[in-house]
Design a protein around this ligand. Sequence first.
Ligand code: G3H
Ligand code: 13P
Ligand code: ZN
Length: 325
Amino acid sequence: MIVTTKDLFQHAYGKYAIGAYNINNLEQIVGLFRGNLGKTVKNEDPTDSGKSAPFIIQISRGARSYTDKRFLEGLIRSADVVFPEAVFAVHLDHGTEDACYDCIDSGFYSSVMIDASHEEFAKNIEITKRVVDKARAKGIVVEAELGQLGGVEEDIVGSVKLTDPAQAAEFIEKTGVDSLAVAIGTSHGAFKFSGKQGLHFDVLEKIQQAVPKNFPLVMHGSSSVPKEWVARINNAGGKLKDASGVDEGQYLPAAKLGVTKINIDTDGRLVWCAIHREHFRDKPEDFDLRPAGKVFMEAYSAYIIHKNSVLGSSGQLEDVRKSLK
Ligand code: G3H
Ligand code: 13P
Ligand code: ZN
């Protein structure tokens, strides 16, 4: 069942974070749905309600143009039929104004992100407000971004600018946006920290105090870049030196301070890369795509189950469903 991110945030706020997972292909979609229903081995596995979680499936502009955006939409519609117990939002990740309008008009997305964080404050407000007005008319909710994470976001390369709490409050008031992505020390990709840095909880706390009560904050660049997966990639011929990510132990403390959506893309790519490298290293005679794809779907669903447990969303699905009635 497709719901809005707002529906999910109301239940989660202050208690746990909803995992927002980027997808690009069929295998990721199947692994993601299965993982969020606590299924691990075969398609016939029953849903494990102790592990089942609400989630956000997010599609970047790069994912939409990888083949044709209609393929991903079709696959997600099919997953909704194959996995009727799933409760999820369909979200455009890092949208431009045009991409947001395209998704709003499509009638498929329940949530869009307008990312004008690279613009001046006033311009960011102006663009975000236009998108909010169009989205609201169709019952779609909007995420915006204030501050700069650093690293690469889609095709924009930038330097770090932590979110200013007072500006965050003004931005929310002037745009009417439903949730706000804040820069508090994370960055996109597999190389987030050079040393022992982590999240700026002091800044996050000030943001939470400045914005309206129970206002959902979003944390981009939140992959944990697990050492285990990086080592598996490197042992199978990869060259990911000094990769590092967010400490998973920081997710729940961030959730308690209002972070309600946590974005994960890189970790899924690492799992994909490790599984495929290992498979073809160990079976050099194999050239069929399905055996590796099957191993990946299982590994990815197990990874999602793990991720949801550290986000605190595991086991929340039934309760969320009741809260929607
Ligand atoms: O924030 C960026 C996301 O990880 C999406 O990445 O634009 O390569 O699909 P992508
Ligand atoms: P990661 O690169 O840390 O997975 O972040 C993904 C993200 O923020 C997508 O918008
Ligand atoms: Zn992002």
